[in-house]
Design a protein around this ligand. Structure first.
Ligand code: UT7
Length: 332
């Protein structure tokens, strides 16, 4: 019998209704639709509106979408891992809140914090519980309300981010489908270039940190861009090589959506034509942990059993990685 792999067997997604266009940003700061589109590929992004609404509310939307597709009882879920950079609260974990709100009362859960690579890190973590036989139904969520940590006076950073998220169900497979390989990397020295300055244990919130706008994303864009282009492309090429995959063998690249130029550089390195690359940055921007599951959610109907799919990400930390999946199902 083949080794047990963790296979994605369902996908759910959620984006908020409110569409923030580049034209709206033009009213808020010194920028232009032309600049944003040409430098990032983003036309609009979604923003979660409403008092008291957080990442968990979008995650619950995605979870309900997935459970409805499979006609599943939420109590069937055994473990929930949520990748997020914008948890509802500092503690408890957002996964716990999601389990409560979505009625997944038989599950245990925890969060994974790895910035834009969080979904890949969570997917690999979750896969272990399937591969070792501990669990049969594990939900992996990637979600962020980036608007909650965005300084809309900072035109260099705020124009790229948006809100949204998605989730996948992992189940055991012994026919050779599922998550077949992952290469994940961290380099903490990169933290200087992309982080939130205050609100953690090193610099708890004070009146001063709020006045200094230190509770927002701080990013040195150009430096992050250079590392992202190199590392996301390197790791994607490495996972292809390690699994003897040529560009003809790869059906889809699912890249983190941070900047269209980073996506193109990665695809070029893998020698993939644009038709094989999932791109929705134009409509959703960079939803951090949400980008990869949102791509799978939008493309689900076009995926076929046996498709070789490479997921790749790069983010704060620095963190980066690539995952090789043999897709496990056709959608009717
Ligand atoms: O998802 C996690 C990882 N994050 C990333 O991968 C993001 C990586 N970085 C990027 O995508 C890009 O660096 C940005 C999109 C954030 C910025 O694009 P850039 O091409 O690197 O611009 P830049 O920061 O080098 O700025 C170029 C010029 C500057 O003007 P001067 O100094 O040349 O006169 C900026 O002031 O563009 C100016 N600029 C803008 N102009 C209009 C910066 N932001 C804007 C703006 N609108 N929004």
């Amino acid at each position: 019998m083949e080794k047990i792999h963790a296979a994605i067997t369902a996908v759910g997604g959620y984006v908020p209704e409110y569409v923030m266009t580049n034209f709206e940003l033009e009213q808020m700061m010194d920028t232009s639709d032309e600049w944003i589109q040409s430098r990032t590929g983003i036309r609009e992004r979604r923003i979660l509106k409403g008092e008291g609404k957080g990442s968990s509310d979008m995650a619950v939307g995605a979870v309900k979408d997935l459970l409805a597709k499979r006609n599943m009882d939420p109590k069937e879920i055994e473990l929930v891992i949520c990748a997020t950079t914008t948890p509802d609260m500092q503690f408890p974990a957002t996964a716990n809140v999601i389990c409560d709100k979505a009625g997944m009362t038989s599950a245990w859960g925890f969060d994974v914090s790895a910035a834009c690579s969080g979904f890949l890190f969570a997917l690999t973590t979750a896969a272990q519980f399937i591969e070792n036989g501990r669990h049969k139904k594990v939900l992996v969520i990637g979600v962020d309300k980036m608007s909650s940590i965005m300084n809309y006076e900072d035109r260099t950073t705020s124009i790229i981010f948006g809100d949204g998220g998605g989730c996948v169900l992992l189940e055991p497979d012994n026919e050779g489908y599922g998550i077949l390989d992952s290469i994940l990397r961290s380099d903490g020295s990169g933290r200087a270039f992309l982080h939130q300055k205050a609100g953690g244990s090193v610099k708890p919130a004070t009146l001063e940190t709020v006045m200094n706008k230190e509770h927002y994303v701080y990013q040195e864009g150009q430096t992050v861009f250079k590392f992202a282009v190199k590392n996301m492309a390197d790791v994607s090429a490495e996972i292809m090589e390690r699994n003897s995959l040529t560009s003809d063998d790869v059906a889809w690249l699912v890249p983190h959506q941070a900047n269209k130029r980073i996506i193109t550089a990665t695809a070029d390195r893998m020698k993939l034509s644009e038709e094989k690359v999932m791109i929705n940055i134009d409509r959703f921007g960079n939803t951090t942990n949400g980008t990869l599951p949102l791509c799978l959610w939008e493309w689900e109907k076009r995926l076929h059993k046996g498709d070789n799919i490479i997921l790749a990400a790069f983010g704060g930390g620095f963190t980066w990685g690539a995952t090789y999946i043999k897709w496990a199902y056709d959608t009717n």
